[in-house]
Design a protein. Structure first.
Length: 211
């Protein structure tokens, strides 16, 4: 009974810690998007989340690391500890036999992720020019994006249905180019394209470049 009670207590504490962490990340997202990275302080995030500033430093280390946690949340859409590459949508792309459908499915998910994460990505991208602490965070985003597009590119290339002469490096680079938030920023945020129109354009652009 004692062992069961301790396991229950441990599980309860982990869940409480997860709830507090999620509250901090959501508070940071709201303040970052409203006020900007430089203006937002850890103390402000702590007050907004109802926790102590000390607990945020202990849990995240730096404000830049907190910005990365915000990105991770919005790109995934939740705080489940499951990489995007291992989620059902990615598995469905892998199971789909038709290369055109694979691209359609990928772009649909990408557009949704960009819609959720655009403002945070732009904040990190532009903020690194005035706050050096964001430079390694942006570099990490680039690294993760390239890694993801390498996996997808390898998968698409293995179908044998891409255009003749295109090698894996070019497939990866084309995918990574369209992964950039700049396209979403210009067409949706600046030119007021609907997400549906943007998704159709992005699907055509990637398909024409690869297939």
């Amino acid at each position: 009974m004692t062992h069961v009670k301790r396991s229950y207590d441990s599980s309860g504490r982990r869940e409480q810690a997860r709830v507090r962490r999620l509250a901090v990340v959501r508070a940071a997202r709201e303040l970052f998007e409203r006020d900007g990275f430089r203006v937002t302080t850890i103390s402000a995030v702590a007050a907004h989340a109802g926790v102590s500033a000390e607990s945020i430093y202990k849990g995240f280390g730096t404000k830049a690391a907190l910005a990365k946690a915000v990105f991770d949340l919005v790109i995934a859409g939740d705080d489940e500890p499951v990489p995007i590459a291992e989620r059902p949508a990615a598995q469905a792309i892998g199971d789909e036999p038709d290369v055109h459908r694979k691209i359609v499915m990928f772009v649909h998910g990408l557009a949704q992720r960009q819609a959720r994460s655009a403002r945070v990505q732009i904040l990190i991208r532009d903020g690194r020019h005035v706050d050096d602490s964001l430079e390694p965070i942006w570099a990490k985003l680039i690294e993760e994006g390239l890694a993801g597009m390498t996996l997808l590119g390898r998968h698409l290339h293995a179908t044998g249905r891409l255009r003749a002469g295109i090698d894996l490096d070019e497939v990866r680079d084309v995918l990574w180019n369209y992964l950039a938030i700049d396209h979403y920023e210009r067409l949706v945020l600046t030119q007021d394209w609907s997400l549906e129109r943007y998704t159709r354009w992005l699907t055509r652009a990637i398909t024409d470049a690869l297939v």
